[in-house]
Design a protein around this ligand. Structure first.
Ligand SMILES: [Zn+2]
Ligand SMILES: [Zn+2]
Ligand SMILES: [Zn+2]
Length: 285
């Protein structure tokens, strides 16, 4: 399985549009990996796309992606750095030509309301262009060769309006995708343990980076380390698991270079826009 991070920032991006903090100033000066756009990810060159933020347009230009060729879109939640439904509406007739297949969109009920609102603004609903699948917490379903498991995230309204996912490829690796969520609850851990998962790759919400204290709707670096520990303790992860931190806010206080230095000491990788990871499933007995 190949994972490509198209965007790795929280909603404001880095630099944030109106901000003069040290992280944003550094990003404007240095460019490169210090620049971050909103969170969006491709699995296996677009066999599955996770999230559709406002920066999707920028991503398709920057990486040369033809969104028309993508069949499956998995949406985590309704925040605009993960879903900008007004742009999704441009897949309808009159805005796009040459579309040969429906886009299969997997989304929870609350988040679906944001798509409905955008389509209502258009005054129409093009049923030939989309299939919407409403997903519920603690269930699983297939998208092509991927089995997807849903967990309600500690995020948004904290009322199962935001999901995180486990994605398990048939005869392939299993990944845990935690964007966006605070620290996992006992019920979330219980579900993961019951399923008997072993994660080959974990993408961690590190929005708040080195900010102190307990963050509730996201995580900081300390909570990431605690989660890595807990996953290993519960045999959900091992020394072979690849851990990547992602979804950074400029308010977290660290540049890419600084965060990389901190994370490297613990063997954790730091995502950046355009980063690609190849994940292989080790042979297990
Ligand atoms: Zn976000
Ligand atoms: Zn800033
Ligand atoms: Zn969010």
């Amino acid at each position: 399985m190949k994972i490509k991070y198209l965007g790795t920032a929280a909603a404001e991006r880095i630099p944030a549009m109106f901000c003069s903090c040290s992280v944003c100033t550094n990003a404007r000066e240095k460019g490169g990996r210090e620049l971050r756009t909103q969170t969006q990810t491709l699995i296996d060159d677009g066999r599955l796309m996770i999230d559709f933020p406002g920066d999707s347009y920028l991503h398709q230009m920057k990486y040369g992606i033809n969104f028309n060729g993508i069949r499956n879109l998995l949406i985590t939640h309704w925040h605009s750095d993960h879903l900008y439904a007004e742009d999704l509406a441009y897949r309808m007739k009159g805005y796009s030509q040459g579309i040969e297949q429906r886009l299969e969109v997997y989304v929870n009920a609350y988040t679906m309301k944001f798509i409905e609102r955008a389509f209502e603004l258009e005054g129409r609903w093009d049923t030939e262009m989309f299939n919407f699948h409403i997903v519920r917490p603690y269930e699983s379903f297939m998208i092509d060769q991927y089995e997807v498991f849903t967990l309600p995230a500690q995020h948004g309204n904290f009322k199962a309006d935001c999901f995180i996912y486990v994605i398990r490829e048939k005869s392939g690796p299993t990944i845990l995708w935690t964007h966006d969520t605070g620290y996992l609850t006992d019920s979330m851990f219980e579900f993961l343990t019951q399923q008997g998962f072993h994660f080959d790759f974990v993408s961690l919400d590190c929005t708040s980076q080195t900010l102190p204290g307990k963050i509730s709707a996201h995580m900081n670096w300390r909570q990431n380390l605690a989660l890595i520990e807990a996953l290993k303790e519960k045999h959900l992860a091992s020394a072979k698991t690849q851990f990547v931190i992602n979804h950074f806010s400029h308010n977290g206080g660290q540049t890419y270079a600084q965060m990389r230095e901190i994370a490297q000491r613990e063997g954790v990788m730091v995502a950046y826009d355009g980063a690609e990871y190849e994940i292989t499933a080790p042979q297990r007995n």
